[in-house]
Design a protein around this ligand. Structure first.
Ligand SMILES: Cc1cc2nc3c(=O)[nH]c(=O)nc-3n(C[C@H](O)[C@H](O)[C@H](O)COP(=O)(O)OP(=O)(O)OC[C@H]3O[C@@H](n4cnc5c(N)ncnc54)[C@H](O)[C@@H]3O)c2cc1C
Length: 97
């Protein structure tokens, strides 16, 4: 589980840095790439924090430890700034343009 979490975090980070680099170069695909980043990185955040809570067992669920707060913090990233369902619409629209 830790290996899967690490790989997904690295992939999300790489996509984000790559997109930032392309935006700096005024890449015409910036809308598409930004939506891909938002969708992928926030889904990774949700998955990784859920796994982290699971690994901690009952302690993970308790408010005495930071896991549940991290999971809630990850959840809101899937909702605000355009929900991930809307990001998928943006990505599909850019692909089919
Ligand atoms: C803590 C928090 C902070 C926020 N901060 C800000 C902020 O700083 N600035 C700001 O502007 N907004 C902010 N928001 C609002 C946030 O962007 C909205 O909650 C978000 O846009 C979703 O809108 P809604 O809540 O009206 O849900 P709705 O638009 O009613 O959507 C409900 C659900 O239906 C899905 N859905 C809607 N349309 C489609 C579709 N066509 N296809 C598939 N699924 C669809 C959505 O993905 C969502 O899961 C914040 C929200 C929260 C909870």
């Amino acid at each position: 589980m830790f290996a899967d979490m690490a790989c997904q975090i690295e992939a999300a980070r790489a996509l984000t840095y790559q997109t930032c680099n392309l935006i700096d170069q005024s890449d015409p695909q910036k809308t598409y790439l930004s939506a891909c980043c938002k969708l992928f990185a926030t889904d990774v955040a949700m998955k990784v924090t859920t796994e982290a809570l699971q690994i901690a067992g009952g302690y993970g669920y308790m408010t005495d430890f930071p896991f549940e707060r991290m999971m809630r913090d990850a959840k809101i990233t899937q909702i605000y700034e355009g929900t991930n369902q809307i990001q998928k619409i943006v990505i599909a629209r850019e692909l089919l343009r």
